[in-house]
Design a protein around this ligand. Structure first.
Ligand SMILES: Cc1cc2nc3c(=O)[nH]c(=O)nc-3n(C[C@H](O)[C@H](O)[C@H](O)COP(=O)(O)OP(=O)(O)OC[C@H]3O[C@@H](n4cnc5c(N)ncnc54)[C@H](O)[C@@H]3O)c2cc1C
Length: 414
């Protein structure tokens, strides 16, 4: 069995980044990918003539997002999502008034201050318990935990929330982030061996990875799969830390194609949310993004997880009932064809992105720490410690870090 310098497992953003950086350093590598496509949780599909991102759709925190420079280099058309966005916040079926919105903004301020002041790494829900009497608290909690972090607020580390609270400008790419990753990052990374799932890694003496198509021997290995996918790979010896402190949360995205002329009075890029009670499922909607012919619905956290288990019909039923509640029966006429993401039930991802459980905010760093003198490294959105965990930017930075670590380890051995 010939021995390769570096094996990269997974061709999502982190794997493609590791490959691009090794390639630039002139180090030989092989990337294997379990599924039939590259990009992982960055995936664009078409709905009619519209591009729809089933996974990542924004380049968050643009000022320090490394993919913004790559998009510019490749002349991608960049859309300033924040500049085009308008917001409608409903209380029941009625848009909140200016004074209600001011109360909401003040409640958000108190939420941030109270959660940030938590003395220990407790659950976000516990950290803001003193604010329960405020009518906006449940909605802010669901937004921060479920819609943004895909997490359960009762099981979500307040320290992890604080470290990874995304600031700054959000950009989108014309044609979709998934398409950009496949085209631009794929070109930088070079050829990928598709349909090659890794089932086991023995890292006792060099690296031996068992795949469905035989074993691969390598001097070093970069593993970029999600924490759920990692827990299914048999490692010998096992990793110093389990992935239980970093479970995969669920964020479900649904595209609803506009049917005929009915637009529910929503402007392009208008976002809609409603005030909710504690434990009521939250749903948000962005109408006709960039003038497209569809609306995008988001459901995150435990409600999304439960609906994902029940399946697509249950998810769509929930969405249609909620839209009818917001807009009346005309909502039924407004939408035709649909696409529903289901990352939790996808065997190669097992969820949308990882969040840390209370007391486990430090697990990202431990999981990503180099093993075997830098010859084995776990790297992906879940191991990002730069405040960009759960994003394509964090995944890209982790792929770069892993490539540099492995390069240093190989040069020590040479
Ligand atoms: C619904 C949703 C919305 C999101 N929105 C945003 C957003 O707007 N902005 C943002 O920045 N981020 C967003 N994200 C997060 C972002 O998509 C991820 O953080 C990022 O794509 C993760 O990249 P990765 O390389 O770490 O992992 P992955 O993309 O999971 O790549 C890992 C690869 O490994 C493969 N694999 C798994 N198991 C094996 C195995 N045993 N053998 C070989 N290969 C294997 C997988 O098929 C996959 O291709 C979103 C994610 C989801 C799901």
């Amino acid at each position: 069995m010939p021995q390769l310098p570096v094996l990269i497992i997974g061709a999502g953003v982190a794997g493609l980044s590791a490959a691009s950086h090794l390639r630039a350093a002139g180090i030989e590598y092989l990337i294997v990918e379990a599924s039939a496509r590259i990009g992982g949780r960055a995936r664009t599909v078409m709905l009619g003539s519209d591009a729809f991102d089933l996974g990542a759709s924004w380049l968050h925190d643009a000022a320090r997002n490394p993919l913004v420079a790559l998009a510019r280099e490749d002349h991608a058309t960049i859309i300033d999502s924040d500049a085009v966005r308008t917001r409608r916040v409903l209380i029941g079926q009625t848009p909140a008034t200016a004074s209600e919105l001011a109360n909401r903004a003040a409640a958000w301020e108190r939420f941030d201050q109270t959660a940030s002041a938590a003395p220990r790494d407790i659950a976000l829900a516990s950290a803001i318990d003193s604010l329960r009497a405020d009518p906006w608290t449940a909605s802010i909690e669901a937004w921060e935990a479920c819609q943004i972090a895909a997490a359960d607020p009762r099981d979500f580390s307040v320290v992890d929330w604080r470290i990874n609270a995304l600031e700054g400008q959000n950009l989108a790419l014309q044609g979709g982030i998934g398409a950009f990753v496949e085209r631009s990052l794929g070109r930088r990374a070079g050829p990928v061996h598709l349909g090659v799932p890794v089932r086991a890694i023995d890292w006792r003496d060099g690296i031996t990875a068992k795949t469905d198509h035989g074993s691969i021997k390598a001097s070093a290995c970069i593993v970029t799969v999600s924490t759920a996918a990692l827990s299914r790979i048999a490692l010998t010896p096992s990793l110093p830390i389990s992935t239980e402190g970093l479970p995969m949360g669920t964020l479900t995205k649904i595209a609803l194609r506009a049917s005929g002329a009915e637009r529910l009075g929503l402007r392009p890029d208008e976002s809609v949310t409603a005030r909710i009670e504690r434990d009521e499922p939250m749903m948000s909607c962005i109408a006709w993004p960039g003038g497209a012919d569809h609306a995008v619905i988001f459901i995150g956290g435990p409600p999304a997880q439960a609906l994902s288990r029940e399946g697509e019909a249950a998810t769509l039923d929930f969405v249609r009932t909620r839209l009818r509640h917001w807009f009346g029966n005309t909502a039924d006429k407004a939408f035709g064809e649909t696409i529903v993401s289901n990352w939790s039930e996808d065997e190669w991802h097992g969820g949308s992105y990882a969040y840390a459980r209370p007391g486990h905010a430090g697990d990202r760093a431990i999981l990503g720490a180099p093993l075997a003198d830098g010859r084995l490294i776990i790297a992906g959105e879940a191991t990002a410690t730069d405040g960009l965990a759960g994003t394509v930017a964090g995944a890209w930075n982790e792929g770069k870090r892993a490539a540099a670590t492995v390069q240093a380890a190989l040069s020590r051995r040479a």
